[in-house]
Design a binder for this molecule. Structure first.
Ligand SMILES: NC(=O)c1ccc[n+]([C@@H]2O[C@H](COP(=O)([O-])OP(=O)(O)OC[C@H]3O[C@@H](n4cnc5c(N)ncnc54)[C@H](O)[C@@H]3O)[C@@H](O)[C@H]2O)c1
Length: 358
């Protein structure tokens, strides 16, 4: 692998640490450095795991140019630092999210310009606009919303949402920072020859994600079933828990990124939708059933019919473009993801209860 020194921003987060540890296992000779300011609750636990695996961890902030001045030989940057909440800025200043998600990308691009590092950017399905996503024709079943096969919205089939989806207007501040970052990457590619691949991910879920109400729904759902001192709520869309997302296991994300690293020259400049896809999609109601089956517990779930600002009724990644090129399909389904999360929480209850049971 030609990327001898890999920098992972947000490396102590869920995605960053998952990728860092898998990369270190696959390429033990390569140098991996992470930069993370440890602002996400729980990220300090991932830091310990990274250090144990021989990964360098810099506690620093991606918003500032000085964080990157000491790096002079980076071959690849995996940009995983973010304020990833779709509610960012809703009840206060948007500045932290804007500075981290957008100005942080600028710092990464500047480092790439200086060192010729290549970039894999973790973008999001949230680049697609809220109003148009909620205008997708839907069929309602007993447990979930489904995409109506008689669809008129461009870029939508029963497989999900493709890269051809219209880009419309509002997409939440989080989504706007991700789309703006993508646009800056394109400009750096044109002006300075910066080489990057962009992945627009749906929900990624698995162990070592410190799920909370506004981000990390799979872990939050399982944690609340295990530490049943707190309730859950079906919020929005009538309050019946029929909203749907596709889930991607970190191992499937790693398989896709490994393919991208091996085929970087052929894939450079591409933007891919990357998610679990329709066969690994689930509604909240169905997620509850899975949690009940795995834990043997039923908890009270409230119903809040009103839909929150920026919420989306259904998102399923149509991975066809990436699948056609790579021949890869996500292998691990929602049950596997939830069962992995369950095992992780049970095996680490002592260190996780201050985070999830608080
Ligand atoms: N998890 C998902 O479902 C999902 C889906 C689509 C895209 N993504 C993208 O993947 C990336 C990683 O997301 P995640 O789920 O691992 O989130 P996360 O919150 O677990 O990780 C982000 C990390 O960035 C760090 N961070 C935040 N602000 C920082 C700053 N100013 N300087 C340095 N570090 C900072 C946090 O401490 C945290 O460890 C993000 O770019 C996110 O937008 C995630």
């Amino acid at each position: 692998m030609r990327h001898k020194h890999i920098l992972i921003t947000g490396g102590c987060g869920f995605v960053g640490s998952s990728l860092a540890l898998r990369l270190k296992e696959k390429f033990p000779q390569n140098r991996i450095t992470t930069v993370d300011n440890l602002s996400r609750k729980g990220s300090e636990l991932n830091r310990v795991r990274l250090l144990e695996a021989g990964i360098e961890c810099k506690k620093d902030d991606v918003r500032y140019a000085e964080t990157f001045t000491s790096f002079d030989s980076v071959d690849l940057i995996l940009d995983c630092a973010a304020e990833p909440s779709v509610l960012a800025g809703k009840d206060g200043s948007p500045l932290y999210a804007l500075e981290t998600n957008l100005w942080g990308t600028v710092q990464v691009l500047e480092l790439a310009r200086r060192t010729n590092a290549e970039i894999i950017f973790l973008s999001s399905s949230r680049v697609y606009p809220v109003r148009e996503l909620n205008a997708i024709k839907i069929i309602e079943t007993d447990t979930r919303f489904k995409i109506d096969p008689a669809q008129t919205m461009p870029g939508v089939t029963e497989r999900g949402i493709s890269e051809e989806f219209p880009m419309g207007k509002e997409r939440t501040l989080y989504g706007a920072t991700k789309l703006s970052s993508e646009m800056l990457i394109a400009e750096y590619a044109l002006l300075y020859g910066t080489r990057a691949i962009i992945n627009r991910c749906g929900v990624i879920a698995g162990p070592w994600q410190f799920g909370k109400v506004d981000q990390g729904i799979a872990v939050l759902w399982m944690a609340r079933h295990i530490f049943s001192n707190q309730k859950l709520s079906y919020i929005g869309w009538g309050g019946e828990g029929k909203q749907v997302r596709d889930f991607l296991h970190p191992d499937d994300l790693f398989d896709a990124l490994s393919y991208e690293l091996e085929n970087f020259d052929a894939l450079v400049g591409n933007t891919f939708n990357l998610g679990g896809g329709v066969s690994h999609s689930v509604s909240l109601q169905e997620l509850t059933q899975i949690c009940e089956k795995i834990t043997g517990r039923n908890i009270v779930i409230d119903s809040v019919p009103e839909t929150r600002w920026g919420d989306v009724r259904l998102y399923i990644s149509d991975n066809l473009r990436f699948e056609k090129i790579s021949g890869l399909k996500p292998k691990r389904g929602v049950e596997v993801i939830m069962s992995d999360i369950h095992t992780w929480i049970i095996n680490h209850k002592d260190i996780l209860s201050p985070i999830f049971a608080a």
